[in-house]
Design a protein around this ligand. Sequence first.
Ligand SMILES: [Fe+2]
Length: 186
Amino acid sequence: MLLPEGVFIDGRSGAVPNANERYVKPVTELRGLYRDAAAFDAYVAQNPAAVGYEVAGFRREGADIFFGTTTMYPGKIGDEYFMTRGHYHVRRDCGEAYYTQSGNGVLLLQTREGETREVEMAPGICAFIPPDWAHRSVNTGAEPLVFAWFCQTTAGHDYADILTHGMRRLAVDRDGKLAIVPNPGF
Ligand SMILES: [Fe+2]
């Protein structure tokens, strides 16, 4: 039988001491995500051990939901801020919630039909991600961006579409300020 429990989440660091799923995504594994390939090569040559983001998840066998944190480190490659790969859920009836706890960023969302939206990521804002909206988070600040996510265990990640085509809109630095611009390569 599943039993209730309280799970500590450190909203500053994103640490979840009782997490039972974790992964670290090195920047070197994000080749192709950024439009400026030369800037990417220069970045990883100078920062071969850089981490883009890490994920900690708390999951109980047989439960319908799970949750955890994503901690995104600050950085830029070319004019693009550090970002996650972005994904649809395999199950098209599963949405998600992203509750930002520290840092600043933007959540880029799009549908398969071509709708796009952006939701600010700032402490206290919980982003509602409806079913079948692809989502990518972007750290636009100088500090780690930490958010807690809550999702159905069977939602599944479909990364292929975004890795292949990119997203319709980009979050870029224009003279030190965030700009959301159409992706010329989409
Ligand atoms: Fe998701």
